[in-house]
Design a protein around this ligand. Structure first.
Ligand SMILES: Nc1ncnc2c1ncn2[C@@H]1O[C@H](COP(=O)(O)OP(=O)(O)OP(=O)(O)O)[C@@H](O)[C@H]1O
Ligand SMILES: [Mg+2]
Length: 211
């Protein structure tokens, strides 16, 4: 079933954080697998860190980008959702391959000029992928929002210059997103401390993935 990719051309935007937490949110209701297509292996690391059993498996992507397509096609038969964490470059062979196959590309963007500039390249990569993957949906997701800062206030306007829609749901900068990773957990496993972050993830799922 649907393949959802977390992509972008900027390191540290939140691709891995969203991959793990979106998958964990989906896993409450349905079957999900995470595929780590980033050679940095952060999502794999997150899962093995404490040896906890996350609510979904996290698999390493095939090294061969040609094989990656087969791997994702097979997993999409076995699971209701496949969430793919991509490397921080839209020029990486893994990202190119995943964009050719996925149903939905989610692009986390921080409210900073450098992140906004990087998004221009991501938009070009999405448009290019649409030549062969016509149905590809793509959405920008504002991450690490700090409502009181000027940049955060301006980010939505600035993103309207990019030819991709922006999700209404934004994720705030919250320490729990970092602290949960420190413990090898997702925000749903953090009890009361994780409630607000988990609520944002659920809202994003409801808005853009709609199950
Ligand atoms: N909403 C948030 N609030 C607070 N911290 C966050 C939030 N989102 C991500 N982070 C933190 O920001 C850092 C970068 O996030 P993450 O590793 O998910 O980005 P990435 O896009 O996967 O990076 P890379 O491009 O290196 O793979 C991490 O320390 C993560 O815990
Ligand atoms: Mg990452």
């Amino acid at each position: 079933m649907p393949v959802i990719a977390l992509v972008g051309n900027k390191g540290g935007a939140g691709k891995t954080t969203l991959s793990i937490n979106l998958a964990a949110g989906l896993a409450k209701q349905t079957s999900v697998v995470v595929v780590d297509a980033d050679p940095q292996g952060s999502a794999i690391q997150w899962n093995v860190f404490t040896g906890t059993n996350m609510s979904m498996p996290v698999l390493k992507a095939s090294d061969e980008s040609g094989e990656l397509g087969n791997q994702l096609a097979k997993l999409s038969q076995e699971y209701d959702y496949v969430v793919v964490d991509c490397p921080p470059s839209v020029h990486a062979s893994q990202t190119t391959r995943v964009l050719e196959i996925c149903d939905l590309a989610l692009i986390p963007v921080q409210p900073s000029p450098v992140d906004l500039w990087a998004t221009v390249h991501t938009e070009k990569a999405v448009q290019h992928a649409r030549q062969s993957n016509e149905g590809l949906r793509a959405l920008l997701v504002i991450n690490q929002l700090e409502p009181r800062t000027t940049l955060s206030r301006l980010v939505r306007d600035a993103l309207s210059e990019i030819g991709l829609p922006v999700a209404n749901t934004a994720l705030r900068r919250r320490a729990i997103f970092r602290n949960s990773a420190l413990e090898g957990k997702n925000v749903f496993e953090m009890g009361r401390r994780g409630l607000q972050a988990a609520g944002e993830i659920d809202e994003l799922i409801h808005e853009v993935i709609k199950i």
